[in-house]
Ligand binder design. Structure first.
Ligand code: ADP
Ligand code: MG
Length: 243
C-alpha cells in the first residue's frame, strides 16, 4: 500500500550537527499524525524535508509514492499537492485576504481571475473569515491571519497538509478558532501532518502521535496511548512538563 507520506531512515546535518538521526515515519491517506517533542528536537526540519524546503542528507522521503529525494523528481509538481501552514502566517502585507488567497492560484495553477476568486471566497468562508475578504493582514487578528493562511493553502486543492506549530504565535484566546478549523479539515478526511504543542488537539484529533527528542522518534503510536499511557520514560518526562 502506498502511504501519503513515507520517511525512511532520514538523516539531516546542518554542518557537523546531526539534527535528524534516522527517522522512520508514515502518514496514511486520510490520517492525522501529530508530531510532538521539545524545542530543538528536529520537528520543523522533519516537516521541511517532506517538501524539500530542507534537503535531506541521507535517507528517502516519498509523497504519494513519488520519491521526492530522487534527484530527477519534479519537485514543483509534488509541492503543488502539499499545503503548508507555518507558525508565522507569511501573508503579503500589501494584499487583502482575498488577494492573498488568489495569488498562488493565479501564478502557480494558472487559474483565471474569476475562478481563483470564487475558490478564494469559498475557502475564506470555510475557515470563518469570509467577511474579511477585503481586509489587509494588519487589520486582522493573529487567529484570522492564520485562518487566511490555511484558506490560501486549501485553495491550491492540496492532497495533504503540513502544519508547523500553527497556533504557537497566537494569543491564547485565538488558538481555539484555528484548532476548530483544523479539526473540521480532519473530519473531512484531509491527510495532515501536524507539529503542535496542543496536547488536547493531538489526543482528540490525531490518529497517531509521534514523540521526537534529539533527532530520533522515541515513541509512535495511537494518540490515546502516546499521550494517555506513554511507554517511554522520555515521553513521560516531556508530557509531565507540558500537560
Ligand atoms: P524543532 O522544530 O523541534 O524545534 P528544528 O527542526 O527547528 O527543531 O531544529 C532542530 C535543530 O536544528 C536545532 O538545533 C536548530 O538549531 C537546528 N537548525 C534548524 N534549522 C537550521 C538551519 N537552517 N541551519 C542550522 N541549524 C539549524
Ligand atoms: Mg519547530
Amino acid at each position: 500500500m502506498t502511504h501519503a507520506i513515507e520517511v525512511r531512515d532520514l538523516h539531516k546535518y546542518f554542518g557537523q550537527n546531526e539534527v535528524l538521526k534516522g527517522i522512520d515515519m508514515t502518514v496514511d491517506t486520510g490520517q492525522v499524525v501529530c508530531v510532538i517533542g521539545p524545542s530543538g528536537s528536529g520537528k520543523s526540519t522533519l516537516l521541511r524535508c517532506v517538501n524539500l524546503l530542507e534537503t535531506p542528507t541521507r535517507g528517502k522521503v516519498f509523497v504519494e509514492g513519488v520519491e521526492v529525494t530522487d534527484p530527477d523528481v519534479d519537485i514543483d509538481a509534488v509541492r503543488r499537492r502539499i499545503g503548508m501552514v507555518f507558525q508565522q502566517f507569511n501573508l503579503f502585507p500589501h494584499m487583502t485576504a482575498l488577494e492573498n488567497v488568489m495569488i498562488a492560484q493565479r501564478r502557480v495553477l494558472k487559474r483565471g481571475r474569476k475562478e481563483a476568486e470564487v475558490i478564494a471566497r469559498e475557502n475564506l468562508d470555510k475557515v470563518g473569515v469570509g467577511a474579511k475578504c477585503d481586509a489587509l493582514p494588519t487589520q486582522l487578528s493573529g487567529g484570522q491571519q492564520q485562518r487566511v493562511a490555511i484558506a490560501r493553502a486549501l485553495a491550491m486543492s492540496p492532497d495533504l497538509m503540513l502544519f508547523d506549530e500553527p497556533t504557537s504565535a497566537l494569543d491564547p484566546e485565538l488558538v481555539g478558532d484555528v484548532l476548530t478549523v483544523m479539526r473540521k479539515l480532519a473530519e473531512e478526511g484531509m491527510t495532515m501532518l501536524v507539529v503542535t504543542h496542543e496536547m488536547g488537539f493531538a489526543r482528540q484529533v490525531a490518529d497517531r502521535v509521534v514523540f521526537m527528542d534529539g533527532g530520533v522518534v522515541v515513541e509512535d503510536g495511537p494518540s490515546s496511548q502516546v499521550i494517555g499511557d506513554p511507554q517511554q520514560e522520555r515521553t513521560r518526562t516531556f508530557l509531565h512538563r507540558v500537560l
